[in-house]
Design a protein around this ligand. Structure first.
Ligand SMILES: [Zn+2]
Length: 294
């Protein structure tokens, strides 16, 4: 079954909710970056959170989530848009830590507990919107929740989880995001909070075969759930040989000549998807001529 995200309203519109099965999306990121289990969970959770945050945007609008903690993982950067496309990387993909005290993957140990959580939204306006909060947990779900509450003033609950198999491949990955709209009663909030406490992780529910719709229906603790939209999601990078060529051009003619003389070519590696692009001496010469206008 391919990955998708569902958007729903509940409690007469006082609650907005999202759930996503992103198993293939995170699996592709794992394969592309060769992440080890702890890094897989850290990057995977951020990809899932990024997908759900991106789903609040209109089609071509996009956003970047950057988690810069003091743990061994280094920075985690995820780009997503309103069309369900996401890409991302983790600075140190080869992180495998012992399980934490409750027997789970130690994402906090990889991310760290000090640092910043940043979201930059490109909404097609002159200036991008940017919000930043300190890392409060390092487990990532709570960091998304805190960011939404403090930076965007939206009381929310965010759950993101990744089930990693013993061979480091991704078994399941997914999440939910529940947002409380202004005017919602305390009873609604109490009801959802109580249900959240007794519900297993999304990756476990997905592993049991539950669909995002079933997961939301249960989490929202009401029959009054109206599904608005189902959107396919996928790992997708928009890099190309041409895009990196424009980056090479910015090096200037002299620098390009040096690449030709010393390296007899160049290779560009996309940080987001790990695709590699080769530039022959002829390619580089053509780029240089472009600069010189010849
Ligand atoms: Zn790429």
């Amino acid at each position: 079954m391919s990955d998708y995200l569902v958007k729903a309203l509940a409690y007469k519109g006082f609650v907005r909710a999202y759930a996503v099965n992103a198993t293939e999306t995170v699996a592709e990121a794992q394969r592309r970056h060769d992440t080890w289990n702890t890094a897989s969970a850290a990057l995977g959770r951020t990809l899932v959170g990024g997908l759900m945050l991106g789903a609040t945007l209109k089609g071509d609008d996009r956003l970047t989530v950057k988690i810069e903690g003091d743990g061994p993982a280094g920075a985690i950067v995820v780009d997503s848009n309103g069309k369900g496309e996401v890409k991302g990387y983790i600075k140190n993909p080869h992180i495998s830590l012992p399980l934490n005290e409750i027997g789970k993957i130690d994402v906090r140990g990889a991310v760290g507990t000090e640092g910043m959580f940043t979201v930059i939204k490109d909404l097609g306006l002159k200036e991008p919107f940017s919000g930043q909060t300190p890392i409060v947990s390092g487990e990532i779900g709570e960091d998304f929740t805190y960011y939404l509450a403090v930076s965007e003033q939206i009381p929310s609950a965010v759950g993101v989880s990744v089930l990693v198999d013993t061979d480091d491949s991704i078994k399941t990955a997914g999440g939910f995001m529940i947002q409380i709209m202004p005017g919602a009663s305390d009873e609604i909030i109490d009801q959802i909070e109580a249900r959240l406490k007794e519900t297993a992780r999304i990756s476990t529910l997905l592993d049991e075969g539950q669909t995002p719709e079933e997961i939301l229906q249960n989490l929202l603790a009401t029959d009054d759930v109206f599904f608005l939209e189902t959107m396919p999601v996928q790992f997708k990078c928009d890099c190309s040989k041409e895009k990196f060529a424009s980056a090479i051009i910015t090096l200037g003619a002299e620098q390009i000549q040096e690449l030709i003389d010393q390296d007899h070519g160049a290779e560009a590696v996309c940080a987001f998807c790990n695709n590699k692009y080769q530039y022959s001496e002829e390619d580089l010469y053509a780029l240089k001529q472009e600069i010189l206008g010849e």
